[in-house]
Design a protein around this ligand. Structure first.
Ligand code: PXP
Length: 248
């Protein structure tokens, strides 16, 4: 039997910037938040530089790239202006995500259904690979998306856990976990590392964390929401404890 990899906790701090942008001021500062999140034991920091700049700004990405002590996972769409900033700051990892202006948050995995879409994502992945950045694709837990991710040549896939998070009945939740388990096994069998994220909370994360071959979770909204009440340090420690219990 192969041993499960350790489970890395990457904390998405976009919503620190959301609060700041609500007043277009200089606080709270995501860079300061990142320091506290790192000190509390997170394995990495995730930020999404959106084309509409609704939360994280270019300067945040640049300053974080210079100051983080843990790996940065930069989420980006295949938008040239954003890709150029990514290449400039040389993050440890990128996650390619879909993006539409109307959405409240990322709504689904990448659409890789056409050769054109695969080529567009592959072109971005190739440029980051050249500078030594690890590459991941945010996809729905579907075989077709895994096949397309292999064609793109990414190092990893991040399985979209949104449908699991939105499940309202035990049966539906069980079905979504089975779907994530199957997709994890398929992706591993095809040589892809597996991450997961979106909509994960203190209440629903344990069954996902228990899937043995998932290596990394990306969690944002729920942790920032708790941090407003109990502080960033406690929010990170509480999540870490749940992950450690799920993956002894
Ligand atoms: N993974 C990806 C690709 C995302 O786009 C997001 C949201 O920015 C997350 C994970 C984190 O989702 P949540 O904020 O719901 O934890």
């Amino acid at each position: 039997m192969t041993e499960s990899p350790d489970l890395r906790l990457f904390v998405n701090i976009d919503h620190v910037a959301t609060v700041r942008q609500a007043r277009r001021t200089d606080e709270p500062d995501p860079v300061r938040a990142a320091v506290l999140v790192e000190l509390a034991g997170a394995d990495g920091i995730t930020v999404h530089l959106r084309a509409d700049r609704r939360h994280i700004q270019d300067r945040d990405v640049r300053v974080l790239a210079e100051t983080l002590r843990t790996p940065m996972n930069l989420e980006l769409a295949t938008v040239e202006e954003i890709v150029a900033i990514g290449l400039e700051v040389r993050p440890a990892q990128i996650t390619v995500v879909p993006e539409t202006r109307e959405e409240i948050t990322t709504e689904g995995g990448l659409d890789l259904a056409t050769d054109e879409a695969v080529d567009r994502v592959r072109a971005v992945v190739d440029r980051f690979r050249e500078i030594g950045t690890r590459t991941s694709l945010f996809i729905d837990p579907e075989r077709s998306a895994i096949d397309a991710s292999v064609r793109v040549g990414a190092d990893a896939v991040e399985l979209h856990t949104g449908e699991y998070a939105n499940a309202r009945t035990t049966e539906e939740r069980d079905l979504q976990i089975e779907r994530l388990v199957r997709a994890t096994e398929e992706a591993r069998a095809r040589g892809l590392d597996v991450h997961a994220g979106h909509g994960l909370t203190y209440e629903n994360v344990a069954p996902v964390a228990a899937i043995p071959e998932i290596e990394e979770l990306n969690i944002g909204h729920s942790m920032m929401s708790r941090a407003i009440l109990v502080g960033l340090e406690t929010a990170v420690i509480d999540m870490r404890q749940i992950l450690d219990r799920a993956r002894p």
